[in-house]
Write a protein that binds this ligand. Structure first.
Ligand SMILES: [Zn+2]
Length: 307
């Protein structure tokens, strides 16, 4: 093997990962937060491809459970880059994400590679270190060409990269939501439940704090009340509906409301050691992610109406 050389990407394309129609596979929206806002407001959504009525909640849960390659990240906002590079015998390549237009501060969630070879053989890409969800885009990856069958002197390699970009400083709840999706991706349902519940607790705590503040409740009293007197459970089931009603917001739709309550129970079971990872199915986790995604958007909307 020679010294790794920089990969020269060709035919680079960048897209936002959207929510898809189950019927015609058209992208219904590439801005999941807008789609979730429409769903919360009860605004009917139609597929721009086939015109069918679009069940935002049902499709989001389905896409989270069965979505392949990156589409499970659509609920929290994700991007994809596709490119082609030439793979040559004995020549390792350094993949520089910035050359593909991925910001330095972004995080890589998933990479798929497809070598184009003949029946006799091809060069197969093997990463020096397998990229895992949440890997910093500032890292460079080294790809080694491993001959399969008779190998080849050279063949093309298609690369798809899913990346996300959200900083904890900008929105800690959104960052926890993403951590929950990553944990689910790593087959860590207990970790996913903890992160998703934290995401909702942070978003709700922030909205409740803003709500009490505009009603003249001082900082110390807010902190004491939200920190120890009104638990997360009562904030979710009592204070949030009251605050939303006074702000003129529709209640959280039935399915995410039930799923948020379930998420809270699962979180308590995890905390008390009463829940085994094996007993939680993919559909449970998909509903928990969808619920937290809706809940965070809802709390952000409430906070915005109070500002
Ligand atoms: Zn459609």
């Amino acid at each position: 093997m020679r010294t790794p050389e920089p990969a020269i990407p060709e035919r680079v394309q960048r897209h936002v990962i959207g929510m898809h129609c189950a019927g015609c596979h058209a992208v219904v929206d590439v801005a999941p937060r807008q789609l979730l806002s429409d769903f919360i407001a009860g605004t009917p959504v139609h597929c721009p491809g086939c015109g069918a009525s679009y069940d935002v909640w049902g499709r989001m849960v389905e896409q989270l459970e069965f979505g392949v390659f990156g589409t499970r990240y659509a609920a929290v906002g994700a991007n994809v880059v596709t490119a082609q590079v030439d793979l040559r015998r004995d020549q390792p390549l350094v993949l520089d994400f910035q050359k593909l237009g991925i910001p330095d501060a972004a995080e890589i969630e998933e990479i798929a590679t497809t070598p184009s070879g003949s029946e006799e053989g091809w060069l197969h890409p093997v990463f020096q270190k397998d990229p895992g969800p949440g890997q910093p885009a500032s890292d460079n990856l080294v790809i080694y060409p491993v001959p399969v069958g008779a190998g080849a002197e050279e063949n093309q390699l298609s690369i798809l990269i899913v990346w996300t970009s959200q900083t904890a400083a900008a929105n800690p709840a959104q960052e926890e939501l993403l951590a929950g999706v990553r944990a689910a991706h790593r087959s860590d349902p207990l970790g996913a439940i903890i992160s998703l519940n934290v995401a909702m607790e942070l978003a709700l705590g922030s909205a409740m704090n803003a709500w009490l503040e505009i009603h003249g409740i001082g900082r110390g009293r807010r902190k004491r009340f939200l920190g120890s007197e009104a638990t997360y459970g009562s904030q979710l089931s009592v204070l949030l509906p009251v605050a939303a009603a006074t702000a003129g917001l529709a209640p959280i739709p039935e399915r995410p409301r039930a799923a948020l309550a379930r998420l809270r129970n699962l979180r308590n079971d995890v905390a008390h050691g009463g829940l085994q990872a094996a007993t939680i199915g993919g559909s449970d986790i998909a509903e928990c992610i969808a619920a937290a995604a809706v809940g965070v958007v809802y709390c952000d909307a409430l906070r915005a109406t109070l500002a």
